[in-house]
Design a protein around this ligand. Structure first.
Ligand code: ZN
Ligand code: ZN
Length: 355
């Protein structure tokens, strides 16, 4: 295809759910310096898309095309810039949450997902992947192997990549350690259960609903605690032996129990706050137990390469609830909003194949 071929994209024109996402025709822009044009094979519909749509981020630009979980092929390349990855036409790539400058302290330390100068934030500041075509800086993308199914390729960064960074880079989880995963039925949670199990850790999965238990045991959870009231640290499994690491994918409602589940010197990685509420913090507990609390979001290209190598050696179970056409973007978001979705809903904007 050429950059002048016409495409389609979903548009959010106002915050909230009173208006539907509209799907419109558009002419994809040619890629600028350091950018590429991607033909989008698939884009995940993430819970964060709903937070974006509600106006949860004050910097949201409108109108905008949602979606930060896109995978596709490079179909045009802009002029090269120093330091940016040189992706060629035909390469398969996936989006990270945002770009990075390569020069700030975070970038120089290898933590590109914490770049202080990131300006290209998909779905908030820049058009995202609910579209047949997407223009993006190469620095906001990572290479994907051809063997991955499009729907798996799309969601790999935001679920497994995030969980990998949280457990390995930030949590420093080691074989033989015990890890608690809250929100274990969610995208990051169920990925975290599988990665922790693969690392040789003992996994304690926390869910609100007992019907998730068999599935989580099959994914590698050694213990499943069903806790609708957030007192899971009192459960005999955790009261008898505290954990070295907590991956908290739920947030305010589980945070207190998460900290109380930790052994002395334990590490808490906070990755989600689904109710967008504030949590209170028992500082005495943090001080006397010497706890570390760190926030996680997204992953770097190096972390994605390590995660994809693990997946290639023995594929993880990537839960996909349904695959839908771009025209169903609004429907997909409303379905996620309604609850009860175990795996990801994925849009397939370009299904022509071979192009
Ligand atoms: Zn996401
Ligand atoms: Zn930077």
């Amino acid at each position: 295809m050429t950059a002048t071929e016409s495409g389609a994209r979903a548009r959010l024109t106002a915050t909230g759910f009173a208006r539907e996402l509209e799907v419109e025709r558009f002419e994809p822009a040619p890629p600028g310096p350091g950018q590429v044009l991607i033909e989008v094979e698939a884009c995940g519909v993430c819970y964060r898309d709903l937070i974006d749509r509600r106006g949860g981020f004050p910097f949201l630009q409108l109108p905008i095309t949602p979606g930060h979980e896109a995978a596709g092929r490079v179909v045009a390349v802009g002029p090269p810039v120093d330091g940016a990855p040189a992706f060629e036409v035909g390469l398969r790539v996936g989006t990270m949450h945002r770009d990075s400058c390569g020069e700030c302290a975070a970038c120089r330390a290898g933590s590109t997902s914490l770049c202080a100068s990131a300006a290209w934030v998909f779905g908030i500041l820049a058009d995202g992947g609910y579209a047949t075509h997407l223009v993006a800086p190469a620095r906001a993308l990572y290479p994907l192997p051809d063997a991955l199914a499009p729907e798996h390729a799309a969601v790999m960064h935001c679920t497994f990549g995030t969980a990998y960074r949280d457990l390995v880079t930030l949590g420093r989880l080691a074989a033989g350690e015990r890890v608690v995963v809250t929100g274990a039925n969610g995208g990051v949670g169920s990925a975290g259960v599988q990665i922790a199990h693969r690392l040789g850790a003992e996994v304690v999965a926390i869910v609100r609903d007992a019907r998730h238990e068999p599935r989580l045991r099959a994914l590698g959870a050694d213990h499943v605690i069903v806790d609708p009231g957030s007192g899971f640290h009192k459960h005999p499994v955790l009261a008898s032996r505290r954990a070295e690491v907590v991956l908290d994918a739920t947030g305010a409602s589980t945070f207190n129990s998460s900290l109380r589940s930790l052994a002395v010197g334990g590490r808490a990685v906070v990755v989600g706050n689904i109710a967008e509420q504030q949590a209170s913090l028992n500082l005495g507990l943090v001080i006397t137990s010497g706890l570390t609390i760190v926030g996680g979001s997204g992953a770097t290209p190096a972390e994605m390469a390590a995660l994809l190598a693990l997946h290639a050696a023995r594929p993880f179970d990537v839960p996909i609830e349904d695959v839908l056409p771009l025209e169903s973007a609004d429907l997909a978001q409303r379905r996620l909003l309604g609850g009860g979705v175990f795996g990801r809903l994925v849009l397939r904007p370009a299904q022509r194949g071979g192009s």
